[in-house]
Design a protein around this ligand. Structure first.
Ligand code: MOS
Length: 720
């Protein structure tokens, strides 16, 4: 796009580091989040969750609780208003967990069974904890295992095919000079956004108004309208500041509970989830059991690629963690198979979580490719370079621009990869064994339809209205830069309004598609406004507004494989006495199109890589098979990498300009996590000579694996 280049030349806002527009408000506490905005007459709702894993509610003994101080009402399946969960929403059918109190069945531990509303949050909590709910319990199954007898093939895998297949896998594997056939396991992981989900709902002038924390106000508003059978125009959702989402902040029980209660009580009602409640109410990343088979020629060229991924879902809703999607765009072979399998258990429904599919999928594939490099006696970068596909391995489509090799090259140079001795277990520093590892990363560069409006104000400012969501990413600031360049004015003349469903439809902060999608709409509106202003004349008090809608433009996008890429490098130290793994260095080099704001872009990437480290070494939700509930549903038991766990992380990018791309900007919210766990696991292998195919790489697993390896060595000695 020539206009883009011209614009950049004019103000240079895109590509320049800018601190967040709302940064000062955030660090001084002036920025208010959904759970802390004051309302007159505010009442507080507290959810009561099931304490059994499967069964029926026999009774909700709400009588005594209704007499407790401050209690206004108790909602449950015996008295709650009916809602419609049969609609088709923005991303498919709603998760039945949002159909609050519609029946007496309990499908998992932590299912919402009642809402207590009181004058204060403390009174609501006190009463909720006193509420006695009686159940008829049934036997449950929460055990996720490879080969579970309930395994089935889903119709589709998260907006793509469940399975793909070409060629004769068995034959190509038989002929291969080198074969890797291994299983990889990742545990259940949780989003754990810093800010818990919170919503305040009220009726105002005949409209339902919800102040919420979400990844898309138009999305949540349209779902609430469908669920409560309301005219979409009569629902307004606002979400000014959001303390993280990572895929968990769409429609969830808290908004629905607040809307039900405000409708009954005729006063504003707030519902905030506790950290513990988030574990069962807002989704999570399914555990996975993945089998990868690779067959290669003597020169390392893949002849067979096969990836089967098992994940779990609940008994009430289907969600597939699309881990086997990675190979569909990364590695080609004469015979190529990718398959998703599911098992239904008595657990909450998983959902999208930062790099859904790619995060666990890349752990399996990028570990297996490292194992293949070891067998072939090739450097892992060289092996990958030899297997760069000419076209999409499954789609057959050309790549718009595939900058993976450039990432490897720059990454290898910066990390000091050259001259690495490939043999494992050689470097030692006192009780620490040291090793390095790498992995490739990719994430699709999608785009979603959005509308925008740009107004030239009489005071010389421009107001940009785009229903973006800033979930901590710096979206608001990015839109200032994009608009400044598109309008060819300084950023100080741009005001941006986001996070309000009244601004109209726009893509959500999801799928790493936000900035790309919103920027396109803002540019189209800005271009039109410049044309209007070029006609001359004075600006009326209400300003001059141009609007855009990218629905048609995105339909015309040429059919190509469009992705971001990355190369992840890790150095790990393994304490042979305790089994502790310390990551000493992480370097990620990415190709993600035009980088709008290097400051916030780097934060996003470093944040993603920190997630990857956390996934490799720490995160793991543990379920008690006897009760069916979590044993670590809090941040004490579920360890997310803390400051002391995280080494110096470097993230940077290479030029990824694609003159044919209509936006030029790609996403980088998710790619930062992709491949990191594999890079670390590969580094741990390089340090110790032991492969870890099960995450997280805990000290007890490191010690047990070392013990096993010693046992094998002793047997070999005896056998010799
Ligand atoms: Mo992300 S999992 O697309 O919010």
């Amino acid at each position: 796009m020539t206009t883009t280049t011209e614009n950049t030349a004019v103000t240079g806002a895109v590509g320049s580091a800018r601190t967040r527009v709302e940064g000062r408000d955030k660090v001084t506490g002036a920025a208010r989040y959904a759970g802390e905005i004051p309302f007159a007459e505010l009442a507080h709702g507290w959810l009561v969750l099931s304490t059994v894993t499967r069964g029926r509610i026999r009774s909700v003994e709400d009588g005594p609780v209704r007499d407790m101080p401050g209690v206004l009402t108790v909602l449950h399946h015996g008295n709650a208003p009916r809602v419609d969960t049969g609609y088709m929403g923005f991303l498919g059918r709603p998760n039945p967990v949002v159909g609050l109190f519609q029946h007496d069945r309990v499908p998992f531990m932590g299912w919402p069974v009642a809402l207590v509303v009181a004058e204060t949050s403390e009174q609501a909590r006190e009463a909720a904890e006193a509420l006695e709910v009686r159940y008829e319990e049934e036997a449950h199954d929460v055990g996720f295992t490879a080969g579970h007898p309930g395994t089935y093939t889903p119709d589709a895998a998260s907006m793509s095919d469940a399975d793909t297949a070409k060629g004769d896998l068995a034959a190509r594997l038989r002929e291969a000079a080198f074969v890797v056939d291994e299983e990889y396991f990742t545990p259940e992981e949780h989003h754990n956004s810093m800010e818990p989900h919170a919503a305040t709902a009220r009726w105002e002038g005949g409209r339902l108004e919800v102040v919420d924390s979400n990844q898309g106000t138009f999305w949540v508003a349209s779902e609430l309208a469908s669920l409560f059978s309301l005219d979409p125009g009569s629902v307004r959702v606002r979400s000014e500041h959001v303390g993280g989402g990572f895929g968990s902040k769409g429609l969830a029980p808290h908004q629905v509970a607040a809307v039900m209660a405000t409708t009954l009580l005729h006063r504003p009602v707030r519902v905030v989830l506790t950290r513990r409640q988030m574990f069962s109410l807002v989704g999570f990343r399914s555990p996975t059991a993945q089998r990868v088979k690779l067959g290669a020629d003597t020169d390392g060229r893949l002849r067979a690629f096969d990836h089967e991924a098992l994940s779990l879902t609940s008994t009430v809703h289907e969600f597939v963690e699309a881990s086997a999607g990675v190979g569909r765009v990364m590695y080609d072979a004469d015979a190529h198979g990718t398959r998703h399998r599911l098992v239904r258990l008595d657990v909450p429904t998983p959902t999208w979580m930062r790099a859904p599919g790619e995060a666990p999928g890349s752990f399996a594939v990028e570990s297996a490719v490292d194992e293949l490099a070891e067998k072939c006696g090739l450097d892992p970068i060289e092996l990958r370079a030899r297997n760069e596909p000419a076209v999409g391995p499954v789609s057959g489509l050309p790549f718009a621009r595939r900058s993976l090799l450039a990432c490897f090259e720059e990454g290898a140079r910066r990390f000091g990869w050259a001259g690495r001795d490939p043999r494992p277990g050689l470097r030692r520093e006192g009780r620490w064994l040291l090793g390095t590892g790498m992995a490739a990363a990719t994430f699709s560069a999608g785009v979603g339809a959005s509308t925008a409006a740009v107004t030239a104000e009489p005071d010389g400012h421009f107001t940009v209205r785009i229903n973006a969501s800033d979930i901590g990413t710096g979206a608001r600031t990015a839109m200032v830069s994009v608009a400044a360049d598109a309008l060819r004015v300084g950023p100080d003349r741009i005001r941006v309004r986001i996070g309000d469903s009244d601004l109209g439809p726009a893509w959500i902060a999801g799928g790493s598609m936000g900035t790309r999608s919103w920027a396109w709409a803002v540019r189209l509106a800005a271009d039109e406004l410049r044309e209007l202003l070029a006609l001359g004349g004075s600006i009326p008090p209400e300003g001059i507004t141009a609007r855009s809608d990218t629905s048609e433009a995105i339909g015309a996008l040429a059919q190509k494989e469009r992705h971001s890429y990355g190369a992840q490098f890790a150095e790990a130290a393994v304490d042979i006495t305790t089994g502790e793994v310390r990551v000493r260095r992480l370097l990620g080099i990415f190709a993600a199109g035009t980088v709008v704001n290097p400051l916030t872009a780097r934060s996003q990437l470093v944040g993603g890589m920190t997630w990857g480290l956390s996934m490799a070494l720490h995160e793991e939700a543990v379920r008690d098979p006897a009760s069916g509930g979590y044993v670590n549903a809090d941040l004490a038991g579920y360890h997310v990498a803390a400051h002391a766990d995280v080494p110096h992380i470097e993230a940077d990018w290479v030029d990824d300009h694609d003159p044919e791309d209509p936006v030029g900007i790609k996403g980088l919210g998710e790619i930062g996590i992709v491949g990191v766990a594999a890079a670390i696991a590969n580094a741990v292998w390089h340090a110790t000579g032991v492969r870890h195919r099960r995450l997280p790489i805990r000290p007890d697993r490191v010690l047990a694996a070392a013990e096993q390896a010693r046992g094998r060595a002793r047997e070999d000695d005896r056998g010799a």
